[in-house]
Design a protein around this ligand. Structure first.
Ligand code: ASP
Length: 583
């Protein structure tokens, strides 16, 4: 056997046993007459000892040559350690080495392989295989494995079948650009990598596989935003013979199970909120409900006085910041500058202090009476001691700005706790979304999403107001899953494509296969997909999804370790019938 034990395994009960270990040299301390080496593998660290009295001179000389990250195989005897180390499980023993062999040498690593390393992000990504030797990274990967196993077991026990769908497909529009793969054998033709297995999982429903899931890579060629990966993993699910309620209950069950199993936290009910109320109360379709600070709309109490800024605004809306009454003028100025930063984009901020004695002091006292201000306090839920922050402007913009302020204040006040889990369903999303740039409607979720049947007629007169049977699962301010009940008849699907600006010919060319399938007894169906990377990072209580991906790409979509993307040689280009544009 290559090794009899791992480096995390030996205890006092093993004393006097002959063992063989293998691993990496974490560090060595050479006192001349004695050498200690920390040997590390995935499971832990075990101390090796060489000393003049008990170890041969030759072996000591050889041990002196060992550098950090050398790989060695060690034979020896477990002995009791003189000075015990209570911080590690193997701290009561050490190995008196009788022989060892160097399996491989190592260059000095470019950063320390310690929990707290001196390596910056870039260097750690370039040498990710070394980074993975560090406990925090290794633990995250193991954690991800535990989450995926819990998902697989749960769904499998509920009779879901994991089925693989192809990666080389025809483009599926989900709102992003496709990654394209040229076909060598079909000159001038291209595959697309799936943005999600959407159409395939629907075809599996037509195929009668009424409960499907897949833990699957998806690819979206989007402009990179912070903490987005061009390839990411979804827990992709679909069910036939269901209504929205069945899907919500099933996947609420999965999420509850994961939070219980992984975090030991019991969550009884998942509140539901319509998209419209989420926007009204939190200015956001993925509200963080771990804390309050709900929006209070103030049009009624703030407009039609003499304050032109508010009178000219579509929406005047505020939040109450708990304890904000004692902010100094300087603190408040800082807050005003914060909302005026280009990333937030507010033109200014009005505030109102709620004094302990029940009076109010606002930055617009000239225009408003104490009675007016008391109504602001009532609408925002402000209590004595709070500070009301008010923004105004065009509805969508001002909601987004105030939402950013709410999240920032939640963070500053320590209300967004890592160990608290507050999931909710956001339901009744709009079916369509107006796109200013192309000046037409886009599907808000995707073109296969079913409108609320009773609102189909409205599509003709007020398409923007039609709601869909679409839902998102939100956890701590993040969308962790989203899905919909699908259209399952050809006519409705054809009509939908028409609203989205496809000619019948275009719809047939791109989605003929799906509409054909709908003519062969397609059952009612619906589904959801969870973003696994995000889910794992939230359950793991960490911010960035990159920490839970073995080989992530950087913010410009590059893998700096293998240096991809990269140029290909002329012969490859020729084989693929591709030519680069003349320079
Ligand atoms: N395909 C959708 C997505 O990737 C999820 C779904 O509708 O099931 O967001």
């Amino acid at each position: 056997m290559f090794r009899s034990h791992t480096c995390g395994e030996l205890r006092e009960s093993h004393i006097n046993e002959s063992i063989t270990l293998a691993g990496w040299v974490q560090k060595s301390r050479d006192k001349g007459f004695m050498i200690w080496i920390d040997l590390r593998d995935r499971y832990g660290i075990t101390q090796l000892i060489f000393d003049e009295e008990r170890t041969s001179k030759k072996l000591i000389e050889k041990a002196k040559l060992l550098g950090r990250e050398f790989v060695i195989q060690v034979h020896g005897t477990v002995i009791e350690r003189a000075s015990k180390n209570p911080t590690i499980p193997t701290g009561n023993i050490e190995i008196l080495v009788s022989d060892f062999s160097i399996l491989n040498e190592s260059l000095t690593p470019p950063f320390t392989i310690e929990d707290e390393t001196d390596g910056g992000d870039d260097i750690r990504m370039k040498y990710r295989y070394l980074d993975i030797r560090r406990n925090p990274v290794r633990e995250n990967l193991v954690f991800r494995h535990q989450v995926t196993m819990a998902v697989r077991n749960y769904l499998s026990n509920k009779e879901f079948v994991e089925i693989e769908t192809p990666y080389l497909i025809k483009s599926t529009p989900e709102g992003a650009r496709d990654f394209i793969v040229p076909s060598r054998m079909n000159e001038g033709q291209f595959y697309a990598l799936p943005q999600s297995p959407q159409t395939f999982k629907q075809l599996l429903m037509v195929g009668g596989m009424d409960k499907y899931f897949q833990i699957v890579k998806c690819f979206r060629d989007e402009d990179l935003r912070a903490d987005r990966q061009p390839e990411f993993t979804q827990i992709d699910c679909e069910m036939a013979f269901v209504e929205q309620e069945d899907i919500l209950l099933t996947f609420e069950g999965l999420t509850r199970h994961l939070i219980k199993k992984i975090k030991g936290i019991e969550i009884s009910n998942f509140p539901r909120m319509t998209y419209d109320s989420a926007m009204k109360l939190y200015g956001n379709d993925k509200p963080d409900i771990r804390f309050g600070m709900e929006f209070g709309e103030l049009n009624e109490f703030a407009k039609h006085k003499d304050f032109a800024v508010f009178n000219n605004s579509e929406l005047v809306v505020g939040i109450a910041i708990p304890g904000g009454n004692n902010y100094s003028r300087k603190d408040i100025d800082k807050l005003i500058n914060w909302v005026k930063r280009p990333q937030i984009g507010a033109s200014g901020m009005v505030y109102c202090k709620c004094n302990e004695d029940g009076t109010y002091k606002s930055s617009v006292d000239k225009f408003y009476t104490q009675e007016d201000l008391s109504k602001w306090a009532e609408a925002t839920g402000a209590k004595a001691g709070d500070l009301i922050c008010i923004l105004s402007g065009e509805t969508n913009k001002v909601r987004a700005q105030l939402s950013a302020l709410r999240m920032e204040m939640g963070e500053r006040l320590g209300l967004r706790k890592n160990d608290e889990f507050a999931p909710l369903w956001v339901v009744d999303f709009p079916l369509l979304e107006w796109d200013e740039e192309t000046e037409r409607f886009h599907a808000m979720h995707h073109p296969f999403t079913s409108p609320k049947p009773e609102q189909i007629e409205l599509l003709k007169t007020a398409p923007g107001s039609v709601k869909a049977n679409a839902y998102d699962l939100v956890l701590n301010g993040n969308e962790i899953g989203g899905g919909s009940i699908r259209i399952h008849d050809k006519e409705t699907q054809a009509m939908m494509f028409e609203y989205l600006g496809f000619t019948p010919e275009e719809a047939k060319a791109q989605f003929g296969f799906l509409m054909d399938a709908f003519q062969y007894g397609a059952p009612p169906h619906g589904g959801i997909a969870f973003g696994l990377d995000r889910l794992v990072s939230i359950l793991g209580g960490q911010e960035t999804i990159r920490d839970f991906i073995a080989f992530p790409k950087n913010n410009s979509g590059r893998d700096v370790m293998i240096n991809a993307p990269s140029y290909i040689d002329d012969q490859q280009l020729k084989d693929l019938n591709l030519r680069l544009n003349e320079k």
